[in-house]
Design a protein around this ligand. Structure first.
Ligand code: HAS
Ligand code: CU
Length: 557
């Protein structure tokens, strides 16, 4: 396998661009990601209009729920996973400054994940898997849906293996050095993902697949939910950590400054390794059969995991301040207008942070055991996750596309004015969409209903204006998504031009030599496993000791 240093330089100042092998690999991943994003955006617009009770000819529950399933699966599971894997390969090659090893395994993993995605999407579009992206039993899907998603996970494990092997071979030759921060962030992402996917793999292989194939006639929904949320919460940090890699290691340089502190970034990623998984019951506060004490333990862990995001808020804003001051900003806040607000990477990230401040605040409310009763299963929750995965992750990934695509293709960004306004339209659309969605949730509007007017029931009249505002937000989001797709397509098909290299931000405070805590990823993983065993071992054991009643499957349509 090729492990030589990358020498295919491009751009000025000895910058090194990724060799063509990883470039093709990354572009293939981005192609799937952005294709999924395009389909999912169209479905989202239809849903926003449908919920707002607009009289559309195609409106009806069967299409609505199929569409929500496709939207959730394509956006949250396909767009994110493929984007993250593609970006991970670029970081592994560029940050470690050596050609990515095990490319064949990487391509094999890619094709497994593509095949799985195809099976899942076909099952959904054929109306055979209307189970939403959380696929809670006893809702039952066609086996192709579950097997397809399992293949996506297996493909992603191949990606994890390549990433870890790349890191290990770098470490062998650089024993005394700290892992470059961008790669450190991806190592944390990989570890979080591997620990998380144990839960969903168990759910798929032991419960859902045998049941959907007809080998078992009933299923234990509560056990399935426990295994799902073992996976489901760390999944959100699998989406978030690569965005943090961009915030810490790409944004400061693009803004014209330095990363305020590299060690603080490492602390953040290490804390995510430890705390991402033993928190999953915060999705099950309202579920029966789990003792409150265990739910309380997961509450405390969740409140701990707010901390690394608060540190991130501090460090990234401090880095932006450095950039703004380097650009001549004076006084307390005079650095803010000096930031390059017209650069689509910079504006995407800052706007995604502003939206994430809202989403994170909402997350603290969700996580508060008692208060969860107010918001659980209401439209507050879609409000929350659109300001987190739909903003902190998705908007950051869009901004990163503008930064990465020209560099990978060796081209200039086309339709640059469109790229410059696109993040602002997303921001405006997301505010109009998600603030009313939060508010109607507190008013009692359930999530997962296709007709928010309840057939024009009087109770629902109080929130009609708000759902109409969120539909307008949906239209803006759709317009923004179209802009993004147009910029991508025009850039891909433009002619070659001089492009800049892929460079990461320099830290003001550097990490020093290899750290005895942070660079011992094996040790951090062991501690994380111990925490998972404490948080999940006894409640799972208790559950298995109870008299359990299985449920047959249901398909409402
Ligand atoms: Fe969440 C439900 C708790 C973060 C995604 N979450 C969900 C669901 C999704 C999701 C998809 O405790 C729905 C699942 C379903 O379908 O049922 N969440 C949290 C908490 C956090 C959190 C405590 N969530 C995320 C992230 C996600 C995500 C990240 C995706 C990427 N969430 C919950 C709970 C539920 C839940 C319960 C279950 C609810 C229920 O009952 O069903 C924390 O990690 C959040 C920490 C974040 C912060 C914000 C820090 C702010 C920053 C930016 C500041 C910068 C600024 C810019 C202001 C503390 C970093 C300044 C700019 C200048 C220029 C100066
Ligand atoms: Cu969660």
């Amino acid at each position: 396998m090729a492990t030589t240093t990358v020498t295919t330089g491009r751009g000025s100042g000895g910058r090194v661009a990724p060799a063509s092998g990883v470039r093709r690999l990354a572009l293939a991943h981005f192609g799937v990601a952005i294709g999924a994003f395009g389909i999912a955006s169209a479905m989202a617009m239809m849903q926003a209009l449908s919920r707002a009770n607009l009289d559309l000819p195609f409106r009806g529950p069967s299409l609505y729920y199929m569409s929500v399933t496709a939207h959730g699966t394509l956006m949250a599971l396909v767009f994110t996973t493929f984007f993250i894997m593609g970006f991970g390969y670029v970081v592994a090659e560029r940050a470690l400054e050596r050609a990515l090893p095990y490319r064949r395994l990487a391509w094999l993993s890619f094709w497994i994940a593509v095949a799985g995605t195809a099976a899942t999407v076909v099952a959904i579009l054929a109306f055979k898997a209307t189970v939403l992206y959380t696929f809670y039993p006893p809702l039952k899907a066609h086996p192709a849906f579950y097997i397809g998603l399992t293949l996506v996970v297996i493909g992603s494990w191949g990606w994890c293996a390549v990433m870890l092997l790349a890191l290990r071979s770098w470490q062998k030759e650089n024993a005394g050095l700290a892992i470059p921060l961008s790669m450190y962030g991806f190592a944390a992402t990989v570890i979080v993902w591997l620990l998380a996917t144990i839960g969903v793999a168990a759910e798929m292989l032991l419960l859902l697949i045998p049941w959907s194939l007809g080998y078992t006639s009933t299923i234990d929904p509560e056990l399935a939910r426990m295994l799902f949320w073992w996976f489901g919460h760390p999944l959100v940090y699998f989406w978030l950590l690569p965005a943090y890699v961009i915030w810490y290691t790409v944004l400061p340089r693009a803004a014209g400054g330095y990363l305020f502190s590299d060690p603080l970034g490492r602390l953040v990623f290490a804390l995510f390794i430890l705390l991402s998984t033993p928190v999953g019951f915060h999705h099950q506060f309202m579920d029966p059969g789990i003792a409150s004490g265990w739910k309380m333990l997961h509450t405390f862990n969740t409140l701990w995991i707010l901390y690394p995001s608060l540190v991130t808020a501090f460090t990234v804003i401090a880095s932006l301040e450095l950039a703004g001051r380097a650009r001549g900003g004076q006084g307390l806040l005079g650095w803010i207008p000096r930031l390059p607000w017209g650069d689509p990477l910079v504006s995407s990230v800052i706007l995604s942070m502003l939206l994430f401040a809202l989403g994170g605040w909402g997350g603290a409310i969700n996580a508060s055991f008692g208060m969860n009763a107010l918001v659980h299963n209401t439209s507050w929750i879609p409000g929350h996750f659109h300001t987190t995965v739909g903003s902190a992750s998705a908007l950051t990934f869009m901004g990163a596309t503008y930064w990465l695509l020209p560099r990978l293709l060796g081209k200039r960004l086309e339709l640059a004015p469109m790229a410059a306004v696109q993040p602002y339209i997303w921001f405006a659309g997301m505010l109009l969409f998600s603030i009313p969605t939060h508010i109607t949730g507190v008013m009692g509007m359930p999530r997962r209903v296709f007709d928010a007017s309840y057939g024009n029931h009087p109770t629902a009249l109080s929130w009609t204006t708000l759902t109409n505002v969120s539909a307008i937000g949906g239209l803006l989001l759709f317009a923004s998504a179209l802009f993004y797709l147009l910029v991508v397509v025009f850039t891909v098909f433009s002619s070659r031009a001089e492009a800049e290299g892929i460079d990461f931000a320099e830290p003001l405070e550097s990490p020093g030599p290899r750290s005895l805590v942070f660079d011992r990823l094996g040790l951090l993983t062991i501690v994380a496993i111990v925490l998972i065993v404490i948080a999940y071992g006894p409640p799972l054991w208790n559950h298995l000791q109870m008299t359990r009643f299985g449920s047959p499957g249901f398909s409402p349509f």
